[in-house]
Design a protein around this ligand. Sequence first.
Ligand code: SF4
Length: 257
Amino acid sequence: MGGVKQKAPQLIMGKHSPVIHKLRKAMEFYQELGFEYLPVKGLDIRKSLSGTVDGHHPETPADDTSGPAAERGDRGGALESLRNEIGDCIRCKLSTGRKNIVFGEGNAGAALMFIGEGPGRDEDIQARPFVGDAGKLLTNLIVKLGLKREDVYIANIVKCRPPGNRNPQPDEISACMPFLERQIEIIKPGVIVCLGNVAAKAILGSSVPISRLRGTFYDYHDIPVMPTFHPAYLLRNSKAKWLTWEDMQKVLEQLKS
Ligand code: SF4
């Protein structure tokens, strides 16, 4: 008595359906693991970001003192002057608990700039941004994008460690932001990536949570800004790595355009 049997979905999807099925399964698998295990083939984004790689423009002779390399030299000098101006800063109360001011580091002519919220314990000790566990994750992400850490510039909203790794407070952000604004003015990145709620709020003036802000470009003085999750959050929420990876693909496209 059996009625008319319905065809299984894969039989009516066409001859490529097994491939699509396998791809979907593979994507689910990588999604489960997070992007760390995504097999990314060589993507020569570094060449696309001309003028930002290895300290010289690919078409500029080494002794050319008027091209992009010279301009980056000027930017490096301007950053150094700014660091000297900051000095042994006591403009806010974070000065009392810090070991070191973490100014920021990277390529003075970087096309891509990452901004976090503030130094943690390891960063405070080493006077370098993003060198702890979250920093290693950020470095991995940069490498998986086809870049080197020294190709980009990395800074924070505040340059001194908030005690106990608490969020920086509004008065501390107000005191320190002018330095970061000057860094952005000097570096003139093509894209800024804000890592986490604090950075996104300080740069964009938005209190919308990062989970809703992320994945879309916003504007900061004509520079496209992509908010995404902070690497410390990704350490605790592996699945969010996939979303960050998606955000970074958009950043790469923006940089290439
Ligand atoms: S956080 Fe910024 S403003 Fe505050 S003391 Fe450090 S460098 Fe100065």
